[in-house]
Ligand binder design. Structure first.
Ligand code: NAD
Ligand code: IPM
Ligand code: MN
Length: 358
């Protein structure tokens, strides 16, 4: 079996962690009977510097022609003052839209060994294991109009969704709940927003199609609180684009670090893109100390969701767990008794663990 993977390293630590994921996939290729063909494309700030656009046509073409896409992260202070259409983040939104990646799955599962790496109390986070299903191609991020008015003294950002856009992500979440612990929490702001009222109606309609799944509705402000006071109450969370963005960074605290959170961005029938939930981390970029685990676990999600390579995905996940169980950690994880390693060392340990299992 041979698979084409489009690599989009992007900016900052995106470059460092995609390098790590590639090395891990090469180790999988050496250990199992599978060949990966990697092609690298520009996106984000580095694409602006080289091509004058955050999303060159070649990048979109390369992604469309691949079997799956791995993306690091985009953005950085160098481009923060650019006009909106020349911001690195536009490249990310553009590729999500171009590939119709409406479903962003962000699993949040803490490793036992890291329970003390979180600032939250052990008894609160013990046993938490949830999945955030975030709508990814609608809402405020893609609202039209989105503009300055009145000589710059007023602004407008539009939150718009079609019923169909809501239905497909809600279906995805119900289906995810069916194969997990059959509980769905729909998060909205139905006490205020019209879009949330329609969202809630659709969840209520759809639940009839999934009688095995229990459902509750939680307003987003309360959900933000419950996520860190009662995280074990959640199984699958489904929510619109921006709420999902905010809640997933918050949920990463359960795992000890944003550097632990992988994600899959999926289309109905098309190429999937796999990206860590974190950004380009300009504060540590270039130091070689980024945690590569979110990216490496995203690569494992790619093997599972895009290629149905379950044994290989499990091999990566078990390797990560065994390295963490041996008490190795990167600097983002607070672990006084552990052994501090950098990106390269962490990657090498994970590769060693993959090779020793076989
Ligand atoms: P960030 O996620 O880059 O960093 C937040 C904090 O978490 C920083 O202190 C950073 O050092 C730390 N961190 C994040 N990932 C880490 C890792 N793997 N290992 C160790 N520490 C890690 O968020 P930010 O600082 O708000 O944003 C920086 C830039 O990244 C901005 O330009 C933003 O737009 C962009 N961004 C991009 C993506 C993406 O490409 N998917 C996601 C979020 C932010
Ligand atoms: C993420 C990021 C992006 C988002 C930004 C960089 C556009 O925060 O992937 O979570 O908000 O979707
Ligand atoms: Mn985010």
């Amino acid at each position: 079996m041979s698979k084409k993977i489009a690599m989009l390293p992007g900016d900052g630590i995106g470059v460092e962690v995609t390098k790590a994921a590639k090395q891990v996939l090469e180790a999988i290729s050496e250990t199992y009977d599978i060949n990966f063909e990697f092609s690298t494309y520009d996106i984000g700030g580095s694409a602006i510097d080289q091509h004058g656009t955050p999303l060159p046509k070649d990048t979109v073409k390369g992604c469309k022609g691949a079997d799956a896409v791995l993306l690091g992260a985009v953005g950085g202070p160098k481009w923060d003052q650019n006009p909106s259409d020349l911001r690195p983040e536009r490249g990310l939104l553009g590729i999500r839209k171009a590939l119709d990646l409406y479903a962003n799955l962000r699993p949040v599962k803490g490793f036992k060994q890291l329970v003390h790496a979180s600032p939250l109390k052990e008894e609160i986070i013990q046993g938490s294991d949830l999945l955030i299903v975030r709508e990814l191609t609608g809402g405020l991020y893609f609202g039209k109009p989105s503009e300055r008015q009145d000589n710059g003294n007023a602004v407008i950002d539009t939150l718009s969704y079609t019923k169909e856009e809501m239905e497909r992500i809600i279906d995805k979440a119900f289906q995810s709940a069916q194969i997990r612990n059959q509980h769905l929490t729909s998060v909205d702001k139905a006490n205020v927003l019209e879009s949330s009222k329609l969202w809630r109606e659709i969840v209520e309609e759809k639940r009839k199609e999934y009688p095995d799944v229990t459902v509750d509705h939680v307003l987003v402000d309360a959900a933000a609180m419950k996520l860190i006071t009662d995280p074990t109450d959640f199984d699958v969370i489904v929510t619109e684009n921006m709420f999902g963005d905010i809640l997933s960074d918050e949920a990463s605290v359960l795992t000890g670090s944003l550097g632990m959170l992988p994600s899959a961005s999926l289309a109905e029938n098309g190429v999937g893109l796999y990206e860590p939930a974190h950004g380009s981390a300009p504060d540590i970029a270039g130091k070689g100390i980024a945690n590569p685990i979110a990216m490496i676990l995203s690569a494992a999600m790619m093997l599972r969701y895009s290629f149905a390579l379950n044994d290989e995905a499990n091999a990566i996940e078990s390797a990560v767990e065994s390295v963490i169980n041996q008490n190795y950690h990167t600097a983002d994880l607070n672990n006084e008794n552990g052994q501090l390693v950098n990106t390269e060392e962490m990657t090498r340990l994970i590769i060693q663990a993959i090779k020793s299992v076989d």
